[in-house]
Design a binder for this molecule. Structure first.
Ligand SMILES: [Cu+2]
Length: 113
């Protein structure tokens, strides 16, 4: 009778260990990607778009998380396709990520109705 109890316990121990190890991995990766890809949200108005260059000129409101005042400036976008439905004069919300140190690029941009 002892064997009948021991066998199920052994099986449980075998399956429980790999399951725990797998659960820890994505959590660690998630925390890492958050630290490396911090984004900053902004609100602005489009002045001009250069779709070929993947460049947009915005007059943006202060971006508190970057300690930036309001200003008019050019931004590069990560994905040129994100500019296809945008037009000068539109208000947009956008997200910035630091591509290279001190160089911020737009990772997401959406027109505001
Ligand atoms: Cu600026």
């Amino acid at each position: 009778m002892k064997h009948l109890i021991l066998i199920p316990l052994t099986l449980f121990a075998f399956t429980a260990i790999p399951a725990t190890a797998e659960m820890n991995m994505p959590m660690g990766m998630h925390m890492d990607s958050k630290a490396h890809a911090q984004s900053h949200e902004g609100l602005g108005k489009i002045n001009s778009i250069d779709a070929k260059a993947g460049k947009i000129n915005l007059s943006h409101e202060p971006i508190v998380s970057l300690d930036w005042p309001e200003m008019t400036m050019d931004f590069l976008v990560q994905d040129k396709a994100s500019l296809t439905n945008l037009k000068p004069g539109q208000k947009v919300t956008f997200k910035l990520i630091e591509g290279r140190p001190g160089k911020y690029v737009i990772s997401e941009i959406t027109a505001v109705k």
